[in-house]
Design a protein around this ligand. Sequence first.
Ligand code: MLT
Ligand code: MN
Ligand code: ZN
Length: 303
Amino acid sequence: MKLVVLGAAAGGGFPQWNCNCNQCRGVRAGQPGLTARTQSSVIVGGPHDWLLVNASPDILTQIQRTPALQPDRALRDSGIAAVLLADGQIDHTTGLFMLRERRSPLPLWCADPVHADLTQGNPILNVLGHFCGVARQPVPLDGTPFEVGLPNLRITALPIAGKPAPFSPRRECPVAGDNLGFTFEHTATGRRLFYAPGLAEITPPVWAAMQAADVVMVDGTFYTDDEMVRLGLSSKLGSQIGHLPQSGPGGMLAHLARLPATTRKLLIHINNTNPILDARSPERAACAAAGVEVSFDGLEIDL
Ligand code: MLT
Ligand code: MN
Ligand code: ZN
């Protein structure tokens, strides 16, 4: 069983269509050390049938780059057997529209609050009802493991701190299930990967899930909390939009440093302003020194 990174960037991608920051300009210009990345999504399972975890606006590009997802068994076919959502954000859900040509309802696993947002604040699922429709399955939030019909794959969801999407009526009052981390377990080997592309806080249950995993792949959105503010791109801190920064005391790198050396550690959902995207930056060197990898599109992990 594998996990393949389809898109390692945060919402907006790298480069972002309207961004002229040094890094977005640099990657457009082919500056050494900078590599473009599409928006946040991974697949788990294989070799023929996969779980798509988050459906990014870049999904068509991602499918074109990933032969394992392309049709080869029937006139209409896809390697995407089911979809699982970590949250209801635009960068994790807009790609659902691109799957509308399916001939049967799309098996879709999401938590109740996300389902509410995707049928009310941003009624994507209602619109899809006019095309293939979805066969929605609720994600258990009490830690009960669940399966999605793929052999050897057992999943546990963990409600984590974060925010619901800006269009949610609950934007300022999050509830359990707005943001999920997932443990993907290969039942034949017992190996586990903890995946949380949006993570505002390392609470004791999150820390327990990280400690129990052989691989952790976590929120790499911002290096510093005020990154967007200092660049003049936003008035909001990373922590105000639900992302724990990597640097500083209590930052993601400090937490990852407390994990055993044998745990593989990766950052994902990386914003285009984050200096770790530059392979020549001191911030990337700090990640490397901490044994932390920066995910890229196409990265494959064996589970
Ligand atoms: C987030 O991760 O905070 C959101 O996806 C931001 C966005 O809407 O692009
Ligand atoms: Mn996002
Ligand atoms: Zn930029």
